[in-house]
Write a protein that binds this ligand. Sequence first.
Ligand code: HEM
Length: 420
Amino acid sequence: MTVWTPKDDGFADLTNHDTFANGAPHNTFKRLRDEDPISWTDYDQGEGFWSITRNQDITEMNRNFKVFSSARGIRMEDQSYEEYLARRTFQEIDPPEHMHTRVKLAKAFSKPVVAQFEEDIRDLCAEILDQALANDSFDATKDIARQLPMRMLGRILGLPDKDLPWLVEKGDALIANTDPDFTDHVLDKMETDEYRKMPFNSPAGADLADYAKTLMAEKDASGDTSGILHLIRAPGKDGSVISDEEFRNFFCLAVAAGNDTTRYSIAAGIQAMCHQPELLGQMQTGDDAFWDLAPDEIIRWATPALYFRRTLTQDFEAHGKQMKEGDKVLFWWASANRDETVIDDPFRVNLTRSPNKHMSFGQSGPHVCLGMWLARLEVRVLFQELSKRLKKIEPNGAHKFLRSNFVGGIKELPVRVHLQ
Ligand code: HEM
Protein backbone atom coordinates (compact mmCIF):
# COMPACT_ATOMS: atom_id res chain seq x y z
CA MET A 1 0.00 0.00 0.00
CA THR A 2 1.34 3.47 -0.85
CA VAL A 3 1.12 5.79 2.09
CA TRP A 4 2.52 9.18 1.24
CA THR A 5 3.08 10.84 4.59
CA PRO A 6 6.85 10.69 5.07
CA LYS A 7 7.21 11.81 8.69
CA ASP A 8 4.37 9.73 10.13
CA ASP A 9 5.71 6.81 12.23
CA GLY A 10 2.21 5.64 13.25
CA PHE A 11 2.18 7.75 16.42
CA ALA A 12 1.71 11.26 15.01
CA ASP A 13 0.37 13.98 17.30
CA LEU A 14 -3.14 14.72 15.99
CA THR A 15 -3.35 17.94 18.02
CA ASN A 16 -0.37 19.50 16.26
CA HIS A 17 -1.12 21.38 13.03
CA ASP A 18 2.49 20.81 11.92
CA THR A 19 1.75 17.07 11.71
CA PHE A 20 -0.59 17.78 8.80
CA ALA A 21 1.85 19.95 6.89
CA ASN A 22 2.93 16.71 5.17
CA GLY A 23 -0.63 15.59 4.45
CA ALA A 24 -2.93 13.63 6.77
CA PRO A 25 -1.01 11.14 8.95
CA HIS A 26 -2.38 7.99 7.31
CA ASN A 27 0.05 5.60 9.02
CA THR A 28 -1.26 6.78 12.37
CA PHE A 29 -4.89 6.46 11.26
CA LYS A 30 -4.19 2.93 9.99
CA ARG A 31 -2.64 1.92 13.34
CA LEU A 32 -5.56 3.42 15.23
CA ARG A 33 -8.15 1.65 13.04
CA ASP A 34 -6.33 -1.66 13.54
CA GLU A 35 -5.36 -1.42 17.20
CA ASP A 36 -7.20 1.35 18.99
CA PRO A 37 -10.30 2.47 17.04
CA ILE A 38 -11.60 4.58 19.92
CA SER A 39 -8.49 6.22 21.20
CA TRP A 40 -7.88 8.91 23.78
CA THR A 41 -5.56 11.88 23.13
CA ASP A 42 -4.45 14.42 25.74
CA TYR A 43 -4.46 17.98 24.46
CA ASP A 44 -2.17 20.57 25.98
CA GLN A 45 -4.38 23.47 24.82
CA GLY A 46 -7.61 22.17 26.33
CA GLU A 47 -9.62 19.06 27.19
CA GLY A 48 -8.46 15.79 25.66
CA PHE A 49 -10.65 13.94 23.15
CA TRP A 50 -11.60 10.57 21.72
CA SER A 51 -10.67 9.85 18.10
CA ILE A 52 -13.01 7.62 16.13
CA THR A 53 -11.22 6.26 13.07
CA ARG A 54 -13.20 3.35 11.57
CA ASN A 55 -15.67 4.09 8.78
CA GLN A 56 -18.46 1.95 10.22
CA ASP A 57 -18.15 3.36 13.76
CA ILE A 58 -18.27 6.93 12.45
CA THR A 59 -21.27 6.14 10.24
CA GLU A 60 -23.21 4.80 13.22
CA MET A 61 -22.18 7.43 15.75
CA ASN A 62 -22.77 10.30 13.34
CA ARG A 63 -26.33 9.05 12.84
CA ASN A 64 -26.84 8.99 16.63
CA PHE A 65 -27.08 12.78 17.10
CA LYS A 66 -28.92 12.50 20.43
CA VAL A 67 -25.79 11.07 22.02
CA PHE A 68 -23.17 12.67 19.75
CA SER A 69 -24.19 16.31 19.86
CA SER A 70 -22.95 19.17 17.67
CA ALA A 71 -24.19 21.72 20.18
CA ARG A 72 -20.90 22.33 22.00
CA GLY A 73 -18.79 23.15 19.00
CA ILE A 74 -17.48 21.23 16.03
CA ARG A 75 -13.75 21.76 16.34
CA MET A 76 -11.11 20.33 18.62
CA GLU A 77 -10.47 23.69 20.29
CA ASP A 78 -12.48 24.36 23.45
CA GLN A 79 -14.90 27.23 23.82
CA SER A 80 -16.94 28.46 26.73
CA TYR A 81 -20.74 28.27 26.55
CA GLU A 82 -20.81 32.04 26.11
CA GLU A 83 -18.41 31.84 23.16
CA TYR A 84 -20.43 28.99 21.69
CA LEU A 85 -23.61 31.08 21.81
CA ALA A 86 -21.89 34.06 20.22
CA ARG A 87 -20.33 32.11 17.36
CA ARG A 88 -22.64 29.25 16.57
CA THR A 89 -24.27 28.60 13.22
CA PHE A 90 -27.02 26.05 12.55
CA GLN A 91 -24.22 23.54 12.04
CA GLU A 92 -23.70 23.67 15.79
CA ILE A 93 -27.33 23.12 16.74
CA ASP A 94 -28.92 19.67 17.13
CA PRO A 95 -32.20 18.48 15.66
CA PRO A 96 -35.04 19.30 15.97
CA GLU A 97 -34.03 23.04 16.22
CA HIS A 98 -31.39 22.51 13.54
CA MET A 99 -34.15 21.62 11.06
CA HIS A 100 -35.78 25.07 11.37
CA THR A 101 -32.89 26.62 9.45
CA ARG A 102 -31.92 23.58 7.39
CA VAL A 103 -35.33 23.27 5.70
CA LYS A 104 -35.25 26.93 4.76
CA LEU A 105 -31.94 26.43 2.96
CA ALA A 106 -32.41 22.92 1.58
CA LYS A 107 -34.39 23.81 -1.54
CA ALA A 108 -31.92 26.48 -2.66
CA PHE A 109 -29.08 23.94 -2.53
CA SER A 110 -31.05 20.96 -3.88
CA LYS A 111 -29.80 19.01 -6.90
CA PRO A 112 -32.39 20.41 -9.38
CA VAL A 113 -31.90 24.07 -8.33
CA VAL A 114 -28.12 23.77 -8.41
CA ALA A 115 -28.28 21.99 -11.81
CA GLN A 116 -29.69 25.20 -13.32
CA PHE A 117 -26.25 26.76 -12.82
CA GLU A 118 -24.38 24.15 -14.89
CA GLU A 119 -23.86 26.40 -17.90
CA ASP A 120 -22.75 29.26 -15.68
CA ILE A 121 -20.21 26.96 -14.05
CA ARG A 122 -19.01 25.75 -17.46
CA ASP A 123 -18.49 29.34 -18.66
CA LEU A 124 -16.56 30.22 -15.52
CA CYS A 125 -14.42 27.08 -15.82
CA ALA A 126 -13.62 27.90 -19.45
CA GLU A 127 -12.63 31.44 -18.47
CA ILE A 128 -10.40 30.24 -15.61
CA LEU A 129 -8.80 27.46 -17.67
CA ASP A 130 -8.15 29.69 -20.67
CA GLN A 131 -6.20 31.98 -18.39
CA ALA A 132 -4.31 29.30 -16.46
CA LEU A 133 -3.46 27.15 -19.50
CA ALA A 134 -1.99 30.12 -21.33
CA ASN A 135 1.20 29.14 -19.46
CA ASP A 136 2.70 25.67 -19.71
CA SER A 137 3.73 25.58 -16.06
CA PHE A 138 1.87 27.13 -13.12
CA ASP A 139 0.53 26.53 -9.60
CA ALA A 140 -2.71 24.59 -10.14
CA THR A 141 -4.11 25.40 -6.69
CA LYS A 142 -3.63 29.12 -7.13
CA ASP A 143 -4.49 29.45 -10.81
CA ILE A 144 -7.29 26.89 -11.15
CA ALA A 145 -8.59 25.43 -7.88
CA ARG A 146 -8.68 28.68 -5.91
CA GLN A 147 -10.52 30.56 -8.64
CA LEU A 148 -13.71 28.60 -9.17
CA PRO A 149 -15.55 27.94 -5.86
CA MET A 150 -15.91 31.47 -4.51
CA ARG A 151 -16.71 32.98 -7.89
CA MET A 152 -19.34 30.30 -8.38
CA LEU A 153 -20.80 30.74 -4.92
CA GLY A 154 -20.91 34.47 -5.59
CA ARG A 155 -22.88 33.89 -8.80
CA ILE A 156 -25.27 31.50 -7.10
CA LEU A 157 -25.83 33.80 -4.17
CA GLY A 158 -26.10 36.78 -6.51
CA LEU A 159 -23.13 38.76 -5.16
CA PRO A 160 -21.45 41.50 -7.19
CA ASP A 161 -18.40 40.19 -9.13
CA LYS A 162 -16.23 43.03 -7.82
CA ASP A 163 -16.52 41.72 -4.24
CA LEU A 164 -15.39 38.19 -5.01
CA PRO A 165 -11.59 38.55 -4.58
CA TRP A 166 -12.17 40.14 -1.16
CA LEU A 167 -14.53 37.29 -0.25
CA VAL A 168 -11.97 34.64 -1.25
CA GLU A 169 -9.42 36.29 1.03
CA LYS A 170 -11.84 36.44 3.97
CA GLY A 171 -12.91 32.85 3.39
CA ASP A 172 -9.27 31.76 3.47
CA ALA A 173 -8.55 33.62 6.68
CA LEU A 174 -11.67 32.18 8.29
CA ILE A 175 -10.93 28.53 7.83
CA ALA A 176 -7.22 28.28 7.20
CA ASN A 177 -6.69 30.16 10.45
CA THR A 178 -3.82 27.92 11.53
CA ASP A 179 -1.62 28.55 8.49
CA PRO A 180 0.45 31.76 8.54
CA ASP A 181 0.27 31.90 4.71
CA PHE A 182 -3.44 32.73 5.02
CA THR A 183 -3.93 34.81 8.16
CA ASP A 184 -2.13 37.18 10.51
CA HIS A 185 -4.15 35.68 13.37
CA VAL A 186 -2.80 32.13 13.59
CA LEU A 187 -5.23 30.39 15.94
CA ASP A 188 -2.86 28.29 18.07
CA LYS A 189 -0.32 31.12 18.24
CA MET A 190 -2.60 33.95 19.28
CA GLU A 191 -1.80 35.66 22.53
CA THR A 192 -5.06 37.47 23.17
CA ASP A 193 -8.68 36.47 23.65
CA GLU A 194 -9.85 39.37 21.51
CA TYR A 195 -11.41 37.23 18.78
CA ARG A 196 -13.00 34.48 20.82
CA LYS A 197 -16.58 35.71 20.40
CA MET A 198 -16.34 36.55 16.72
CA PRO A 199 -17.81 34.21 14.13
CA PHE A 200 -15.25 31.45 13.51
CA ASN A 201 -13.00 32.91 16.19
CA SER A 202 -11.63 35.33 13.61
CA PRO A 203 -11.82 39.00 12.64
CA ALA A 204 -12.59 37.79 9.08
CA GLY A 205 -15.85 36.34 10.48
CA ALA A 206 -16.85 39.75 11.83
CA ASP A 207 -16.03 41.39 8.45
CA LEU A 208 -18.17 38.84 6.61
CA ALA A 209 -21.10 39.28 8.98
CA ASP A 210 -20.96 43.07 8.36
CA TYR A 211 -20.78 42.50 4.62
CA ALA A 212 -23.85 40.22 4.70
CA LYS A 213 -25.82 42.81 6.63
CA THR A 214 -25.03 45.59 4.14
CA LEU A 215 -25.66 43.31 1.18
CA MET A 216 -29.11 42.37 2.45
CA ALA A 217 -30.03 45.99 3.00
CA GLU A 218 -28.88 46.93 -0.52
CA LYS A 219 -30.71 44.03 -2.14
CA ASP A 220 -33.90 44.83 -0.25
CA ALA A 221 -33.69 48.51 -1.23
CA SER A 222 -33.17 47.77 -4.94
CA GLY A 223 -35.53 44.76 -5.14
CA ASP A 224 -32.65 42.64 -6.49
CA THR A 225 -33.68 38.96 -6.60
CA SER A 226 -30.69 37.54 -8.48
CA GLY A 227 -29.17 34.26 -7.29
CA ILE A 228 -30.68 31.99 -4.66
CA LEU A 229 -30.73 34.49 -1.80
CA HIS A 230 -34.38 35.30 -2.43
CA LEU A 231 -35.19 31.56 -2.17
CA ILE A 232 -33.43 31.39 1.17
CA ARG A 233 -35.25 34.45 2.45
CA ALA A 234 -38.70 33.55 1.11
CA PRO A 235 -41.33 32.52 3.71
CA GLY A 236 -41.45 28.74 4.36
CA LYS A 237 -44.59 26.60 4.19
CA ASP A 238 -45.44 27.63 7.76
CA GLY A 239 -44.95 31.31 6.84
CA SER A 240 -41.75 31.67 8.90
CA VAL A 241 -38.76 33.50 7.43
CA ILE A 242 -35.06 33.20 8.16
CA SER A 243 -34.01 35.77 10.76
CA ASP A 244 -31.31 38.36 10.06
CA GLU A 245 -29.00 36.65 12.54
CA GLU A 246 -29.61 33.22 10.99
CA PHE A 247 -28.93 34.70 7.59
CA ARG A 248 -25.68 36.39 8.63
CA ASN A 249 -24.42 33.23 10.29
CA PHE A 250 -25.43 31.18 7.27
CA PHE A 251 -23.59 33.58 5.00
CA CYS A 252 -20.34 33.22 6.96
CA LEU A 253 -20.80 29.48 7.03
CA ALA A 254 -21.40 29.30 3.27
CA VAL A 255 -18.24 31.30 2.56
CA ALA A 256 -16.26 29.17 5.00
CA ALA A 257 -17.73 25.82 3.98
CA GLY A 258 -18.03 26.35 0.24
CA ASN A 259 -14.72 28.01 -0.51
CA ASP A 260 -11.73 25.92 0.41
CA THR A 261 -13.41 22.50 0.59
CA THR A 262 -14.24 22.63 -3.12
CA ARG A 263 -10.90 24.27 -3.90
CA TYR A 264 -8.94 21.49 -2.20
CA SER A 265 -11.07 18.82 -3.88
CA ILE A 266 -10.11 20.26 -7.24
CA ALA A 267 -6.44 20.52 -6.20
CA ALA A 268 -6.38 16.89 -4.99
CA GLY A 269 -8.01 15.75 -8.23
CA ILE A 270 -5.34 17.51 -10.29
CA GLN A 271 -2.63 16.05 -8.06
CA ALA A 272 -4.14 12.59 -8.67
CA MET A 273 -4.06 13.19 -12.45
CA CYS A 274 -0.34 13.94 -12.18
CA HIS A 275 0.39 10.71 -10.31
CA GLN A 276 -2.08 8.39 -12.04
CA PRO A 277 -1.78 9.40 -15.74
CA GLU A 278 -4.49 6.90 -16.79
CA LEU A 279 -7.11 9.16 -15.16
CA LEU A 280 -6.85 11.72 -17.98
CA GLY A 281 -7.85 9.20 -20.68
CA GLN A 282 -10.70 7.92 -18.50
CA MET A 283 -12.01 11.44 -18.09
CA GLN A 284 -11.73 12.18 -21.79
CA THR A 285 -13.87 9.17 -22.72
CA GLY A 286 -16.18 9.27 -19.68
CA ASP A 287 -19.94 9.04 -20.34
CA ASP A 288 -22.74 10.36 -18.08
CA ALA A 289 -22.59 7.27 -15.85
CA PHE A 290 -18.84 7.84 -15.38
CA TRP A 291 -19.39 11.49 -14.45
CA ASP A 292 -22.07 10.51 -11.92
CA LEU A 293 -19.34 8.63 -10.00
CA ALA A 294 -16.05 10.44 -10.62
CA PRO A 295 -16.65 13.60 -8.51
CA ASP A 296 -17.32 11.58 -5.38
CA GLU A 297 -14.08 9.66 -5.81
CA ILE A 298 -12.13 12.90 -6.26
CA ILE A 299 -13.79 14.31 -3.14
CA ARG A 300 -13.07 11.08 -1.20
CA TRP A 301 -9.42 11.28 -2.26
CA ALA A 302 -9.25 14.91 -1.16
CA THR A 303 -11.17 14.70 2.16
CA PRO A 304 -10.91 18.48 2.67
CA ALA A 305 -12.73 18.39 6.03
CA LEU A 306 -10.41 16.15 8.04
CA TYR A 307 -12.68 15.77 11.07
CA PHE A 308 -15.70 17.23 12.80
CA ARG A 309 -16.24 17.12 16.52
CA ARG A 310 -19.19 16.06 18.66
CA THR A 311 -19.76 16.13 22.43
CA LEU A 312 -21.32 13.24 24.37
CA THR A 313 -24.69 13.95 26.00
CA GLN A 314 -24.44 10.71 28.03
CA ASP A 315 -21.95 7.96 28.83
CA PHE A 316 -21.33 5.67 25.88
CA GLU A 317 -19.38 2.43 25.57
CA ALA A 318 -17.86 1.01 22.40
CA HIS A 319 -15.00 -1.43 21.70
CA GLY A 320 -14.48 -1.76 25.46
CA LYS A 321 -13.88 1.98 25.94
CA GLN A 322 -16.04 3.86 28.41
CA MET A 323 -16.64 7.38 27.14
CA LYS A 324 -18.21 9.87 29.57
CA GLU A 325 -20.93 12.47 29.24
CA GLY A 326 -19.30 15.79 28.23
CA ASP A 327 -16.32 14.12 26.52
CA LYS A 328 -15.23 15.46 23.15
CA VAL A 329 -15.32 13.01 20.24
CA LEU A 330 -13.69 13.55 16.86
CA PHE A 331 -14.99 11.81 13.75
CA TRP A 332 -11.94 11.53 11.51
CA TRP A 333 -13.45 11.51 8.00
CA ALA A 334 -9.83 11.41 6.73
CA SER A 335 -9.41 8.00 8.30
CA ALA A 336 -12.89 6.71 7.36
CA ASN A 337 -12.05 7.49 3.73
CA ARG A 338 -8.94 5.26 3.79
CA ASP A 339 -10.55 2.40 5.73
CA GLU A 340 -9.72 -0.64 3.61
CA THR A 341 -12.45 -2.74 5.27
CA VAL A 342 -15.03 -0.55 3.53
CA ILE A 343 -13.08 1.04 0.66
CA ASP A 344 -11.10 -1.34 -1.50
CA ASP A 345 -7.54 -0.20 -2.32
CA PRO A 346 -8.17 3.20 -0.71
CA PHE A 347 -4.84 4.75 -1.67
CA ARG A 348 -5.70 4.53 -5.37
CA VAL A 349 -8.05 6.86 -7.15
CA ASN A 350 -10.70 4.75 -8.92
CA LEU A 351 -13.02 7.11 -10.75
CA THR A 352 -15.65 4.40 -11.28
CA ARG A 353 -15.71 3.26 -7.64
CA SER A 354 -19.20 2.05 -6.83
CA PRO A 355 -20.47 1.87 -4.23
CA ASN A 356 -18.32 4.63 -2.77
CA LYS A 357 -18.86 4.72 0.96
CA HIS A 358 -16.75 7.80 1.54
CA MET A 359 -17.63 10.23 4.31
CA SER A 360 -16.22 13.51 2.99
CA PHE A 361 -19.64 15.18 3.27
CA GLY A 362 -20.43 13.81 6.74
CA GLN A 363 -22.87 11.30 5.24
CA SER A 364 -25.27 9.56 7.67
CA GLY A 365 -25.70 12.54 10.01
CA PRO A 366 -28.29 15.32 10.14
CA HIS A 367 -25.57 17.85 9.21
CA VAL A 368 -24.64 16.11 5.96
CA CYS A 369 -23.16 18.78 3.70
CA LEU A 370 -25.77 21.20 2.44
CA GLY A 371 -23.56 22.18 -0.50
CA MET A 372 -22.74 18.67 -1.73
CA TRP A 373 -24.68 18.91 -4.99
CA LEU A 374 -23.01 22.19 -5.79
CA ALA A 375 -19.57 20.79 -4.92
CA ARG A 376 -20.15 17.66 -7.05
CA LEU A 377 -21.30 19.76 -10.00
CA GLU A 378 -18.34 22.13 -9.77
CA VAL A 379 -15.89 19.25 -9.59
CA ARG A 380 -17.57 17.43 -12.49
CA VAL A 381 -17.63 20.42 -14.83
CA LEU A 382 -14.12 21.57 -13.96
CA PHE A 383 -12.59 18.14 -14.68
CA GLN A 384 -14.65 17.72 -17.86
CA GLU A 385 -13.40 21.04 -19.14
CA LEU A 386 -9.82 20.52 -17.97
CA SER A 387 -9.44 17.01 -19.38
CA LYS A 388 -10.71 17.92 -22.81
CA ARG A 389 -7.99 20.58 -23.14
CA LEU A 390 -5.05 18.41 -22.00
CA LYS A 391 -2.73 15.94 -23.67
CA LYS A 392 -0.66 15.46 -20.55
CA ILE A 393 -0.26 16.91 -17.05
CA GLU A 394 2.70 16.23 -14.78
CA PRO A 395 4.18 17.47 -11.49
CA ASN A 396 6.62 20.35 -11.75
CA GLY A 397 8.10 20.21 -8.24
CA ALA A 398 6.84 19.11 -4.84
CA HIS A 399 3.35 20.01 -3.68
CA LYS A 400 2.77 21.57 -0.25
CA PHE A 401 -0.04 20.99 2.22
CA LEU A 402 -1.86 23.45 4.42
CA ARG A 403 -0.77 23.64 8.06
CA SER A 404 -4.06 22.54 9.58
CA ASN A 405 -5.47 19.49 11.32
CA PHE A 406 -8.99 20.61 10.32
CA VAL A 407 -8.77 21.46 6.61
CA GLY A 408 -6.82 19.03 4.46
CA GLY A 409 -5.56 20.72 1.36
CA ILE A 410 -2.75 21.08 -1.13
CA LYS A 411 -1.96 24.79 -1.02
CA GLU A 412 0.78 24.72 -3.66
CA LEU A 413 0.65 22.39 -6.65
CA PRO A 414 3.26 23.13 -9.34
CA VAL A 415 2.30 21.40 -12.61
CA ARG A 416 3.40 21.32 -16.23
CA VAL A 417 0.82 20.83 -18.98
CA HIS A 418 0.86 19.81 -22.63
CA LEU A 419 -2.25 20.91 -24.48
CA GLN A 420 -4.34 19.10 -27.10
C1 HEM B 1 -16.10 19.16 -1.58
C2 HEM B 1 -16.62 20.17 -0.95
C3 HEM B 1 -17.21 20.07 0.42
C4 HEM B 1 -16.91 19.23 1.46
C5 HEM B 1 -15.87 18.13 1.50
C6 HEM B 1 -17.80 19.57 2.57
C7 HEM B 1 -17.81 18.92 3.80
C8 HEM B 1 -18.81 19.07 4.74
C9 HEM B 1 -18.98 18.23 5.91
C10 HEM B 1 -18.09 17.08 6.33
C11 HEM B 1 -20.09 18.67 6.57
C12 HEM B 1 -20.72 18.04 7.83
C13 HEM B 1 -20.28 18.67 9.11
C14 HEM B 1 -20.75 17.92 10.34
O1 HEM B 1 -21.09 16.74 10.26
O2 HEM B 1 -20.73 18.53 11.42
C15 HEM B 1 -20.60 19.82 5.84
C16 HEM B 1 -21.68 20.59 6.23
C17 HEM B 1 -22.05 21.74 5.58
N1 HEM B 1 -21.58 22.20 4.35
FE1 HEM B 1 -20.17 21.35 3.20
N2 HEM B 1 -18.58 20.63 2.19
C18 HEM B 1 -18.27 20.96 0.88
C19 HEM B 1 -18.83 21.95 0.10
C20 HEM B 1 -19.80 22.83 0.54
C21 HEM B 1 -20.37 23.89 -0.25
C22 HEM B 1 -20.02 24.22 -1.71
C23 HEM B 1 -21.26 24.53 0.56
C24 HEM B 1 -22.16 25.68 0.17
C25 HEM B 1 -22.18 26.77 0.26
C26 HEM B 1 -21.27 23.84 1.85
C27 HEM B 1 -22.05 24.18 2.94
C28 HEM B 1 -22.21 23.39 4.07
C29 HEM B 1 -23.12 23.73 5.16
C30 HEM B 1 -23.99 24.96 5.24
C31 HEM B 1 -23.02 22.68 6.11
C32 HEM B 1 -23.77 22.56 7.42
C33 HEM B 1 -25.02 21.74 7.21
C34 HEM B 1 -25.80 21.47 8.48
O3 HEM B 1 -25.29 21.68 9.59
O4 HEM B 1 -26.95 21.01 8.36
N3 HEM B 1 -20.38 22.82 1.80
N4 HEM B 1 -19.82 20.02 4.72
